[in-house]
Design a protein around this ligand. Sequence first.
Ligand SMILES: Cc1cc2nc3c(=O)[nH]c(=O)nc-3n(C[C@H](O)[C@H](O)[C@H](O)COP(=O)(O)O)c2cc1C
Length: 214
Amino acid sequence: MTESTVGTPDPGLFEVMYSCRAMRRLDTRPVAEELLVKLIDAANQAASGGNRQRGRWIVVRDPARKKAIAELNHAVSADFVRARIEREEQLPHHDASTRSRMLDAVLYLAEHMHSYPALIVACLEFDERPDDIAAGGGSIWPGVQNLLLAARALGLGAVPTTYAINRREEFEAIIGLPETMAAYTLIPVGWPLGRFGPVTRRRTSEIMRFDHWA
Ligand SMILES: Cc1cc2nc3c(=O)[nH]c(=O)nc-3n(C[C@H](O)[C@H](O)[C@H](O)COP(=O)(O)O)c2cc1C
């Protein structure tokens, strides 16, 4: 970057950030291995605490493993959707139609996950079995966001999910994780069936303050 371009936004990057929706309806067509590797390469450029680079990425393409993961996700998604339908106040920031579109998409993902071309598992590797898995999570999410933005830039759909991972032991057995590794999110990836468009977020004035909050 030259001095004259400092502070000049790159419209491409901003367009990608502002339209990087959770894409849950994906095509079953394969995604070239080269593109999958590109996503992981982008994830690998992200920051990590002390630059320790403990992120590890498993791209699951094997039909039997995808089916087993999809079954776990299905079981947990069904509970999630039932709870949200029964208790609307759990998604108070959505109006009724947005809420129902999201729940439909969650169910669609649950029904079709096994047929998607790749399920990417974002993991961290530790020196020894961690006592508190969640505590290390900060060093995986920057990579996850890089991966999501790279997918959007390539026209691929993706969504970070955690339902299946809630059943941790069963999930980690499917992908053969050693005790020193932990999974943080499962990202189905494929060519989108829906369209990319602007994300819906709170206004910036609601979520920021200068200098102090109150
Ligand atoms: C930590 C985390 C966990 C998530 N878990 C799930 C999940 O288990 N299933 C799912 O369908 N979406 C999951 N999502 C996706 C969010 O629901 C989605 O990013 C959010 O609704 C915004 O969607 P939008 O970008 O399309 O507006 C998760 C997102 C994050 C950041």
